[in-house]
Design a protein around this ligand. Structure first.
Ligand SMILES: NC(=O)c1ccc[n+]([C@@H]2O[C@H](COP(=O)([O-])OP(=O)(O)OC[C@H]3O[C@@H](n4cnc5c(N)ncnc54)[C@H](O)[C@@H]3O)[C@@H](O)[C@H]2O)c1
Length: 286
């Protein structure tokens, strides 16, 4: 596999902007695609915010900040984003329909040598890969939120993924300073499958009045040494994102442990999506 110099990131939201930032930080030219001008502007603003915070904390130098902003360009055209990419990382909403639609367009527009990766949290890599002409170059690269801080990347190996593609994804994750793990293409992989059970059960406990969200989170933080409780984590990830994952895992794995509680559905319908909208199980306005 050739060296990865140019990366296309498809999606400019919670995950897309972070993936674009860490790729630009290691010297890659990055094209970040957003669905419209507002999406790319807000993604870029978030990258600037992360870099400014990094500088305040003495973790990012002025040169590093300028380098990232120079190498990171944006577009609202998928074809334009991927046309010279060595690696494409898709971070669009957690929907099989949206992801297969995107990779249908990527397939003919990206160079034939490009590695195609999805940042899906749960969906079948093989099913997404089925829409591209060469699924051996398709792999899952599951980053964690916030991408510039979290160390883990789950590299998900579909049955058609070649060993060379898998190894290139592992090597690139290491180049980003991340710790990759290699996981079979099973619903929810190694992380979401466990994380969603805990998250759904915590929401059921709020629904049943077992304890307040703060106290449920404290139980896991102080009693089990989790750095963050499952409800605060749900707020950070986005309630809509977690609902989509839970619905998919409930359908594919068949266990009631994944069934989304009514409270989660109601909060999503009311626009209480967590940190990104200012209100979830916690209030994030200040
Ligand atoms: N949020 C997390 O903590 C987290 C963690 C790991 C993985 N993921 C996965 O990353 C992916 C993206 O999640 P996110 O939290 O960044 O979502 P998000 O809602 O913050 O961002 C989604 C992006 O996709 C764009 N978009 C919306 N509709 C689109 C369409 N039809 N076609 C193309 N782009 C479209 C939006 O403009 C936005 O830029 C999902 O697959 C999710 O499961 C999320």
């Amino acid at each position: 596999m050739s060296q990865i110099n140019t990366v296309a990131v498809l999606g400019a939201g919670t995950m897309g902007h972070g993936i674009a930032q860490v790729c630009a930080a290691v010297g890659c030219e990055v094209r970040m695609y957003g669905i419209n001008e507002d999406a790319v502007a807000s993604g870029l603003e978030r990258v600037r915010g992360n870099l400014a915070k990094g500088m305040e904390r003495g973790k990012v130098t002025e040169d590093e900040r300028d380098g990232v902003l120079e190498r990171l360009t944006t577009t609202t055209s998928i074809e334009d984003a991927v046309s010279s990419a060595d690696l494409v990382v898709e971070a669009a909403p957690e929907s099989m329909e949206i992801k297969t639609h995107i990779f249908g367009a990527v397939d003919s527009a990206a160079p034939p040598h490009a590695i195609l990766a999805s940042n899906t949290s749960s969906l079948s890599i093989a099913e997404i890969a089925a829409v591209v002409s060469d699924p051996s170059r398709f792999v899952g690269m599951h980053f964690f939120n916030p991408v510039h801080i979290m160390a883990l990347v789950e590299v998900v190996w579909g049955h058609a993924t070649s060993a060379a593609t898998r190894d290139a994804a592992v090597a690139f994750a290491r180049r980003l300073g991340k710790e990759p793990i290699v996981v079979k293409d099973a619903p929810g992989f190694a992380s979401s499958r466990l994380g969603i059970v805990l998250g759904m059960e915590a929401i059921r406990m709020v629904e049943q009045g077992v304890a307040s969200p703060e106290d449920i989170d404290k139980a896991m933080e102080l009693g089990y040494r989790h750095p963050m409780g499952p409800l605060r984590l749900t707020d950070l990830v986005g309630l809509d994102v977690r609902l989509s994952i839970a619905e998919y895992l409930h359908k594919t794995l068949g266990s009631e442990a994944f069934a989304p509680p009514e409270l989660l559905r109601r909060m999503v319908a009311d626009g209480k999506l967590g940190k990104k909208t200012g209100q979830g199980f916690y209030s994030w306005n200040d």
